[in-house]
Design a protein around this ligand. Structure first.
Ligand SMILES: [Zn+2]
Length: 410
């Protein structure tokens, strides 16, 4: 078999294209495959209408290595003169317009990027960082443009830190599909608002619940966008537990200081015991903890309140749920523990959304696990040059997108 024939088969070059020459350079470890258009009717890339030929342009594409040699396709690509679109290059079957890589090569890079950083892939494939990054950015753009028929029912909205300090991004997750739907800068009303703006009326009315922290900007954005938002916004158990955990900790610290002042033995080092869930303790820990609790410290009362709250998430009826939570809030208000009383005020103000979370049976555990996956993406990249790149990396790894070029199945 002649090498031109061999390469036609390896590269899958079919009529009207044909391989016209193969040149191997062992000095550069490279093989260059010349491909030519065999003539026939030319069509415009934009509208598909037959058009007269105009001229030809030399183009090159990096392809998958063959025989361990870096392999490059080179072709004189005809340009046509379309009455509507002017002079345009015709489409080639092996690559997307504007790309310097064949579709198969881009798919290879995409596969590698799923498990390695941009720099690692660039090193391995002897490409520049920018070239690999370009493939990633295009893949995300392609994936997002293909995502049309979304019908999310259960959403989670959460913030995640972009850099240390107060630099955040907002992440919207589809709880059922387990994918990131939207990443926006900051955590303002418009950060979430821009997501709702992308949705049709039908998509918006299909949303059953939006799980979130009691964050005014997210509440406002959801109220602006969704009818009946006050029945769909859910303040979930993880965030409520966080507030209560913080209050227990404040009580503990205040008490620690008070006991130190009196020269009495304080529950030194017990911080984590009070924050922990009892069911995760072993026998020794439980016994020690019971003793600690019996000391009738203020911390014990605060802890009992936090424990009680964990049992209030199973109600089926709004009336009973309301009664249960009201009992908790009354207890907190009467507790004579300042941090608990303050937290009670916050919870009372948001009780409507807490009750929604109870009755809709939703929580933010998906968003929490998504958050840790986002951290993994961040660690792997060892930081991002800007938020836009961070955003696209999240879409790439966690967006559930179809990233490959046309015609290539994932
Ligand atoms: Zn055209």
């Amino acid at each position: 078999m002649r090498d031109t024939q061999l390469y036609s088969q390896i590269l899958g070059i079919a009529k009207p294209w044909k391989v016209t020459g193969v040149q191997v350079s062992l000095v550069d470890d490279e093989v260059e495959v010349a491909v030519a258009h065999g003539g026939g009717q030319l069509v415009c890339r934009q509208c598909g209408k037959p058009c007269p030929g105009y001229d030809k342009r030399v183009r090159r594409w990096r392809h998958l290595d063959t025989c361990q040699l870096k392999t490059v396709l080179e072709a004189d690509v005809p340009r046509v003169q379309c009455p509507e679109h002017g002079v345009v290059t015709i489409r080639v079957p092996w690559a997307e317009p504007g790309s310097g890589f064949t579709a198969l090569f881009e798919a290879l890079v995409i596969n590698w990027l799923k498990v390695a950083s941009i720099s690692a892939v660039a090193d391995r494939l002897r490409l520049s960082w920018n070239a690999v990054d370009g493939i990633l950015q295009r893949a995300v753009k392609r994936g997002l443009s293909r995502r049309a028929g979304l019908a999310p029912r259960k959403l989670s909205v959460d913030e995640t830190a972009y850099r240390k300090g107060h630099d955040y991004i907002t992440v919207v997750t589809d709880q059922e599909q387990g994918v990131v739907l939207h990443v926006a800068e900051n955590r303002e009303t418009h950060s979430l608002g821009e997501f709702y703006e992308l949705l049709s009326e039908a998509q918006k009315s299909g949303i059953e619940s939006v799980c979130m922290d009691m964050w005014p900007a997210y509440i406002r954005a959801t109220r602006d966008a969704l009818a009946d938002a006050d029945h769909r916004i859910a303040f979930d158990r993880f965030h409520v537990a966080q507030y209560l955990g913080k209050a227990v900790d404040q009580v503990r610290r205040q008490e620690h200081r008070r006991l130190l002042g009196q020269g009495r033995c304080a529950p030194e080092g017990s911080k984590y015991q009070w924050l922990r869930n009892r069911s995760t303790m072993d026998w020794h820990q439980q016994r020690g903890f019971t003793a600690l609790r019996k000391a009738s410290l203020k911390t014990a009362r605060a802890w009992a309140i936090k424990e009680f709250a964990t049992r209030l998430w199973g109600y089926q009826s709004r009336t009973w749920a309301h009664k249960g939570w009201q009992r908790l809030l009354n207890w907190m208000a009467r507790s004579r523990l300042k941090p608990m009383q303050q937290t009670a005020k916050t919870l009372k103000k948001h009780l409507w959304g807490i009750l929604n979370a109870v009755l809709l049976g939703v929580d933010n555990s998906h968003a929490e696990s998504m958050n840790s996956r986002i951290k993994t993406v961040k660690v792997r990249a060892r930081g991002f040059r800007n938020k836009q790149r961070f955003r696209n990396a999240i879409y790439f790894h966690l967006g559930g997108l179809q990233l490959y070029p046309d015609g290539i199945k994932g």
